[in-house]
Design a binder for this molecule. Structure first.
Ligand code: TRP
Length: 438
């Protein structure tokens, strides 16, 4: 058995967790889901879920990881007994399932990045359709998927400090910088205001009761914060006592939510500013990001090409810092449970994840379906975690937070929410999601 590592610094952990949170889900999923009709209602439900439901669950996952010092597969068992084994299994299954399609999406992003860089952008819709089919069909998909998994495995193989933490430390500040610059640039476009109106400000009261909007907001909140499947448990198991977890949870959710909103402020003005792309928006989910953006940007010539290269490069890096967190769940679990070496665990998991990702690589419709079901698993995981930490491991929970000197009122609030608010709220989201999917 290798000795258990820990994070080099407090910020290393926060940035790695924020790196896990900020990913394709923010840069593309958030804006896309907001544009599905929910508009301002989606945004408000989303923010409410993040601050009322997700932050307590985030803290619960952190405590579960830190207090046991174990990987997601066995942390629930160590904390509360062997009847909680299925929760650990759910973590491992769901993280492999998510990474299987996530790697395909990363592959498309990587292909679009290279395509923008070497061959330029499509000038009209016909060229755009050709562009997307060269990116999302045929052998380039498998190449992109393999390259993404390979890079992910390489970072995870370097371990916590030298792999995950190091990548997060240099990439996250860069990422925030570029997102802010791009949002400012987008604000200068002629369609900026109408872009914002379509995205953040479109008001329709009936959307508050629309099961689809509720499902999308719940799924997006959990997906975006990497909640419900043990990612935070895995990362927190490498923590020591001096992190005040509620504070870290606020930072992580704040950073994640800002990047989601900023990403919408980048994409929607672009889409609204270039009339030729209007036609594709709202269609298939591939179209919005992978066709509309490059096509719109092409009318700006070289500037457009540079923006496209920057934007897709940025998305890829954000995806990579998320993918490593997904891989860390099964990898750390195999190491803890069976005493595998890190490299053996990584080879095994990566190969398996590649294979289960093949159907998603072959059809974007399958990919969408897998993603929808995975969102439901996240909610299920979040529900069980709040019951576990709110009702079954209460002593450990209190002690862990007290030992790190967190503010007493914050602790009381978190516990109250975890016991009385999170379970019914998540159950509501879960039921609405199931109704909507059926
Ligand atoms: N949060 C990431 C994103 O927004 C994706 C992700 C990483 C994730 N780890 C996760 C989603 C765990 C759900 C669960 O793109």
């Amino acid at each position: 058995m290798e000795a258990r590592e820990n994070w080099r610094s407090r910020w290393g952990f926060v940035l790695a967790a924020a790196g896990s949170a900020v990913g394709l889900g923010n840069l593309w999923g958030f804006a896309y889901k907001a544009s599905q009709g929910g508009g301002a209602a989606f945004l408000m439900i989303y923010l409410l879920i993040v601050f009322i439901v997700c932050i307590p669950v985030l803290i619960a996952e952190m405590v579960l990881g830190r207090s046991t010092g174990k990987s997601p597969l066995i942390a629930p068992v160590v904390a509360a007994g062997s009847q909680w084994r299925p929760l650990g299994l759910l973590f491992v299954v769901a993280s492999c399932g998510i990474l299987s399609f996530y790697a395909v999406l990363m592959g498309w992003t990587l292909d679009t990045f290279f395509h923008s860089f070497f061959f330029g952008l499509p000038n009209n819709l016909d060229e755009a359709k050709l562009f997307i089919s060269s990116v999302s069909k045929g052998s380039s998909v498998f190449l992109g998927q393999l390259a993404s998994l390979f890079l992910t495995a390489a970072v995870v193989a370097s371990g916590i400090r030298n792999g995950i933490e190091k990548l997060a430390r240099w990439s996250m500040p860069f990422l925030f910088g570029v997102v802010i610059l791009l949002a400012i640039w987008s604000a200068t476009l002629p369609g900026a205001i109408s872009g914002y109106q379509e995205f953040l400000l479109k008001w329709d009261t009936s959307e508050f009761l629309n099961p689809e909007t509720i499902r999308l907001a719940f799924g997006q909140a959990f997906f975006s914060l990497s909640l419900g499947i043990g990612i935070i448990v895995a990362y927190s198991s490498y923590l020591n006592r001096n992190n005040q977890l509620p504070k870290e949870a606020f930072w992580i959710s704040g950073l994640d939510t800002s990047v989601g909103i900023l990403a919408g402020m980048i994409t929607f003005p672009i889409i609204a500013s270039f009339p030729q792309v209007k036609e594709v928006v709202g269609g298939d989910f591939v179209d919005t990001l992978f066709v509309a953006l490059p096509t719109g940007l092409s009318s700006l010539g070289l500037t457009g090409q540079i923006i496209s290269v920057l934007f897709f490069g940025l998305i890829f890096i954000a995806g990579l810092t998320s993918a490593i967190s997904l891989l860390e769940v099964p990898v750390s679990s195999l190491i803890d449970q069976f005493g595998f070496t890190r490299s053996k665990a990584i080879s095994l998991c990566t190969a398996l994840i590649f294979i289960i990702g093949i159907p998603s690589a072959l059809s974007s419709k399958t990919l969408g379906t897998v993603a929808t079901y995975m969102d439901i698993l996240l909610l299920l995981g979040g529900f069980v975690i709040s019951i576990l930490m709110g009702w079954f491991v209460t002593r450990k929970f209190d002690e862990d937070l007290a030992n790190s000197n967190s503010n007493l009122r914050v602790r009381k609030y978190t516990k109250f929410m975890l016991r009385w608010v999170c379970p019914p709220a998540i159950a509501f989201g879960l039921i609405m999601s199931i109704i909507d999917v059926l």
